[in-house]
Design a binder for this molecule. Structure first.
Ligand code: FES
Length: 155
């Protein structure tokens, strides 16, 4: 039995309300939602892949590509948002040339937007490969990315 089939065996076939939990389980196990996984889930839930993509892309948390060698989790919770996370996200987007959920062509970077990471007093917060960076400012990003490139190349 494949990993996906193992996950699907915990759900009822054709149950559309299971879509999001299934996608979460698959992403947790595989790291992202591959095209073949979406097709298999669609067949199990009797849903078109177009509909699944449409619903899944509504959520910032789902990824459709393997993560980069360096993966950033950028907090976009309310407090970080008030403290300027959107400006940080814009600079990251511009510097890396990708949107949340995508991976750079060279495979170095990917990022996702998250809900509160529990460090509101020290926000904006970015978690990079398990290390928390606090009080991040937009002007910090170019230098941060340069250092991360070197780190990615060592991986
Ligand atoms: S809102 Fe970002 S850490 Fe709480």
């Amino acid at each position: 039995m494949s990993n996906i089939d193992d996950i699907l065996s915990r759900y009822r076939e054709g149950s559309h309300e299971s879509l999001i939990p299934i996608l979460q389980d698959v992403q947790e196990m595989e790291g992202y939602l591959s095209e073949s996984a979406i097709v298999r889930i669609g067949s199990f839930l009797h849903m078109s892949t177009t509909k699944i993509y449409g619903l899944a892309t509504f959520y910032d948390t789902f990824r459709f590509f393997p993560a980069g060698r360096i993966h950033l989790r950028i907090c976009n919770g309310t407090t970080c948002f008030i403290n300027g996370s959107s400006a940080i996200i814009s600079v990251i987007k511009e510097t890396m040339g990708i949107d949340a959920g995508q991976t750079t062509r060279d495979g170095r970077f990917s990022y996702e937007l998250t809900a509160c990471q529990g460090g509101c007093n020290d926000g904006p917060v970015i978690c990079i490969d398990g290390t928390y960076h606090t009080h991040v400012r937009p002007e910090d990003i170019p230098e941060m990315v340069t250092k991360l490139k070197a780190l990615a190349d060592q991986k």
